[in-house]
Design a protein around this ligand. Structure first.
Ligand code: 6CS
Ligand code: FE
Length: 271
C-alpha cells in the first residue's frame, strides 16, 4: 500500500514513482493484451502521423478483461483514493507504445489543461498512473517532468493551435506553452526524467507539467496509462463533448478487487 512518504512526495512534487509495483508475470500479462490490441484495427487504435506505427490506443479496458481487472487492482485504486482523497472513476485509459527509432515526442503540457478546456473538468484533482511495460531509460523517450509544477495555473499562458481533439489524441500539441513561459518555469532544480524498469508505476497529478522526447533508441518504451478522476470532479456539460473513449461522461466508482488483478479468477461471465 502507499506509504506516508510516497503520499507526501506526490503532494509536494506532483508525482511519485513506485519501482516494481507489478511483477514480471503481471507485466507479461499486460504486454500480451497490449500486443493483441496493437494488432487489432479498431477506432481507438491511432497511428503515428507519418508512418503506420501505433501512436496510442485508448479505452483498452473495453477490449480486454485482463486490463479491465487491472484498473481495479487495489495497488492502483487504494493509492489513487489516498492521493485524490475521494472515490475514483476512470476518466481515460491510454497505451503509449513509443516505438523504437520512430516514435515522435509529446510536447510540454499539463493534462488537466486538456481536460478542463475540452471536457469541462472542474478542478485538477485528477491523476494518471503510468505502468512501464518496458524498461524506461534516458535513451528510449522517457517522460520529462517539472517537480512541483502541479501547483502552477498556466491556463492564461497556454495557447490553442486551432486543432480539434482528433489530432490531439494522436499528436498532443493542441495546447502549447511558449519557450518564454517554459524557460521561466523550468530550471535545473526541478527538471527530471522518469525512468525505471518494467513493472514500475508512476502516479502523476493532472497539473504536472510534462513532455516526452522522441524514441531514437532500438528499444520500445511502452507505457500503459490509467487516468483516474475524483468522483467529486466529474465532467461538466460542454457544447461538443469528446467521445466517451477519450473523456468518460458516465462516472462509476471503481471498487478495488480483493487482491491482485491476476490473482483472482476472471470475473464470472455475465449471467
Ligand atoms: O487530450 C487528452 O486527453 C490527452 N492529451 C494529452 C496531451 N495528454 C493527456 C491525454 O492523454
Ligand atoms: Fe500528458
Amino acid at each position: 500500500m502507499l506509504t506516508a512518504d510516497q503520499l507526501k512526495t506526490f503532494n509536494e512534487q506532483g508525482y511519485v514513482t513506485i519501482p516494481d509495483l507489478f511483477s514480471t508475470e503481471e507485466v507479461d500479462a499486460m504486454t500480451a493484451e497490449v500486443g493483441r490490441l496493437k494488432e487489432l484495427d479498431h477506432p481507438q487504435r491511432l497511428l503515428e502521423t507519418d508512418n503506420d506505427l501505433v501512436r496510442a490506443i485508448y479505452a483498452v479496458e473495453d477490449r480486454s478483461e485482463v486490463l479491465q481487472l487491472l484498473t481495479r487492482d487495489p495497488r492502483l485504486v487504494e493509492a489513487t483514493r489516498a492521493m485524490l482523497r475521494d472515490d475514483v472513476y476512470i476518466h481515460q485509459t491510454q497505451v503509449s507504445p513509443k516505438m523504437a527509432f520512430r516514435s515522435a515526442a509529446w510536447e510540454w503540457h499539463q493534462d488537466f489543461l486538456y481536460w478542463s478546456r475540452d471536457d469541462a473538468m472542474p478542478t485538477s484533482n485528477v491523476l494518471s498512473v503510468g505502468i512501464f511495460l518496458d524498461d524506461v531509460t534516458e535513451f528510449n523517450g522517457p517522460m520529462f517532468v517539472v517537480k512541483g509544477s502541479h501547483r502552477l495555473d498556466l491556463d492564461q499562458v497556454t495557447s490553442w493551435n486551432g486543432e480539434g481533439w482528433e489530432k490531439t489524441a494522436r499528436v498532443g500539441d493542441k495546447y502549447q506553452l511558449s519557450p518564454e513561459t517554459l524557460s521561466k518555469v523550468i530550471d535545473k532544480s526541478n527538471l527530471t526524467s522518469v525512468k525505471g524498469t518494467r513493472g514500475t508505476a508512476v502516479f502523476f497529478h493532472g497539473g504536472l507539467l510534462h513532455c516526452s522526447s522522441p524514441n531514437l533508441s532500438p528499444w520500445h518504451r511502452t507505457v500503459l496509462f490509467v487516468r483516474y478522476n475524483a468522483m467529486g470532479n466529474a465532467l461538466g456539460p460542454v457544447a461538443d463533448p469528446r467521445p466517451e473513449w477519450l473523456a468518460n461522461r458516465h462516472p462509476e466508482v471503481v471498487e478495488p478487487l480483493d487482491g491482485p488483478f491476476l490473482g483472482r479468477p476472471h470475473a464470472p461471465a455475465a449471467s
